[in-house]
Design a protein around this ligand. Structure first.
Ligand code: SF4
Ligand code: SF4
Length: 313
């Protein structure tokens, strides 16, 4: 597994970060126990860090996979706005992950200077936690060009986790070229960058080689989070990245798996999911409907549905 340095002052990490949303209850593709096994397997193959978030609700799953592996790093994130919310988020992560010190802690889904400004209290608390040695690196995740630019100029920020893929799928406020320029700007300042949704939430899964090659060529991006929910996917992605041949049976097993957002027919049409979708992929026509081409299969809508209608299948 290729090792990379994250930004000017970040740690050495594997080029691939395990994106644990894919094994979390939020996406519900596998059971918690199956997810832990897949994660353990990925760590055995050389992946040295894991991406998660408070809303993925899988700290215990990760903690089980991390038992006896203090060298594996974890990046997590929260939507905390105030100082007290951030304190609660940090304690929840430390306790849930069974770690005294958190490796990376990010503000989740920051869209612009205004969003970051609105989270200033939480950010200040995070910087203090870092100064006290409770967190090693701090940053933001974002689906927005303006989020990357704002993060780059945020004092004390170490790392940005932006959405990036060769079609620009999921960027909420600009073009792919705009995002590449913003990432280059941040990287020139020494910020560590690890990309998310490099397969466009599954839309680019037909040609992952092209997707990975694109990410590797982007100036300033050092690593990528890959969501994987089976051993086959781990093998497939890691072999592809290592330039190894892929057995036809493995190719078929992984590529045959199409994913989509399933909306149950008992949807009440309340509209809560429509309001939270960061991609604008949902709309109401009495019941919730999805524009499949806009959906990046993040699963964020599923957590707000009071009737458990939404699932990635
Ligand atoms: S519809 Fe749901 S899964 Fe798709 S992008 Fe929106 S929030 Fe994410
Ligand atoms: S939140 Fe659930 S019930 Fe409400 S519109 Fe969305 S899918 Fe339907």
């Amino acid at each position: 597994m290729r090792e990379v340095k994250l930004g000017f002052s970040g740690p050495m990490v594997s080029e691939v970060c395990f994106g644990s949303l894919a094994i979390s209850p939020l996406q519900g593709r596998v059971t918690a126990a199956e997810g832990t096994e897949i994660l353990r397997y990925a760590l055995e193959q050389g992946i040295s860090w894991i991406d998660t978030a408070e809303i993925y609700d899988n700290y215990d799953q990760i903690a089980r996979a991390l038992a006896g592996k203090p060298e594996i790093m974890v990046a997590t994130k929260s939507y905390a706005v105030t100082r007290s919310e951030m304190r609660i988020s940090l304690e929840k992560a430390r306790k849930g992950l069974n770690r005294e010190v958190l490796d990376f802690f990010l503000l989740h889904e920051q869209e612009s200077v205004l969003t970051l400004h609105g989270h200033q209290e939480a950010w200040d608390e995070l910087l203090e936690a870092k100064a006290r040695g409770l967190v090693r690196y701090v940053g933001i995740s974002t689906h927005a060009v303006a989020g990357v630019r704002a993060g780059a100029l945020q004092p004390g920020l170490d790392v940005i986790h932006p959405i990036l893929n060769y079609q620009g799928i999921g960027i909420i406020d600009g073009t792919l070229e705009d995002m590449l320029e913003a990432i280059s700007f941040a990287a020139d300042l020494g910020i560590g960058i690890y990309a998310m949704k490099v397969l466009g939430g599954g839309h680019l899964a037909r040609d992952p080689a092209r997707a990975f090659t694109f990410i590797r060529r982007v100036k300033g991006v050092q690593a990528m989070a890959l969501g994987m929910s089976s051993r086959n996917e781990v093998d497939y992605n890691l072999r592809l990245l290592a330039g190894e041949e892929i057995a036809p049976a493995l190719q078929v097993a992984v590529q045959a798996r199409e994913r989509r957002l399933y909306i149950a027919d008992w949807c009440q049409g309340c509209g809560r999911c429509v309001e939270v979708c960061p991609q604008g992929a949902l709309y109401l026509e009495e019941q919730a409907k999805v524009k499949a081409e806009a959906c990046v299969l993040c699963g964020y809508c599923g957590r707000v549905c009071p009737h458990f209608c939404l699932k990635i299948v």
